[in-house]
Write a protein that binds this ligand. Sequence first.
Ligand code: AP5
Length: 221
Amino acid sequence: MERIVFLGAPGAGKGTQASRLAAHRRLPHLSTGELLRGAVRDGTPLGREADGHMRAGRLVPDALVLGILKERLAAPDAREGFVLDGYPRNLAQAETLASVTPLEHVLSFEIPEPLLTARLTGRRHCPECGRVYNLLTLPPRAPGVCDVDGTPLARRTDDTPEAVGTRLAVYAAETAPLLRYYEARGLLRSVDAVGAPEAVFARILDRLRLPAVPTPSAQDL
Ligand code: AP5
């Protein structure tokens, strides 16, 4: 069983690497951020409540996030394991998660803060297929449009300088204490998240003691 949590500051590369690892291990990539953004797009009651918190860079209230996470964890594809990205984000969520499912690994992404800001303000995504780009490190072939389907690229509503500042502060105050929580439980593995995505992925496989087989990213499939 591989039940893996990715822990790291906003922009550390959790989503990029979770999608790679999930494709590589044939596991579902569960992202609470993506689930919440889906609810916002669909205009559900949860999405309407979450939207303001997310735009401001604050955490969405625990009870709301727990509802969608539990539903996703109960889906048949998550029975054999998962790569969970974005949850838990505070001690209460960590305790709740422990009561819902055991974990095998918690991977912590280590990266200096100035790099995070640059990655987040440069991030763009395709609203049609979801592919993620970066103006500095992973630009599209033609400026401003998706390589796959030509759709104009968009910026996440929480990648503004103000929301990024709040998200980093929330991470330091509420999420970073989880490093000690998981270290005390023998689950924490740290990975240097600086460098090309391929190099970071190789380090992740190494930290999880998985064979270093070259694979395409989920976005290339
Ligand atoms: P969420 O979607 O989880 O956002 P986040 O944690 O802030 O993380 P990001 O998605 O911004 O960054 P990432 O680490 O995934 O980096 P990425 O791979 O995209 O949450 C959003 C919001 O939802 C929260 O603020 C909160 O409001 C709410 N929420 C979610 N979960 C919640 C919970 N449990 N409780 C309460 N509220 C919750 O990469 C970033 C950029 O860098 C990309 O452009 C990418 O191309 C680039 N990049 C990635 N890797 C590299 C590399 N190695 N080198 C160069 N560039 C790279």
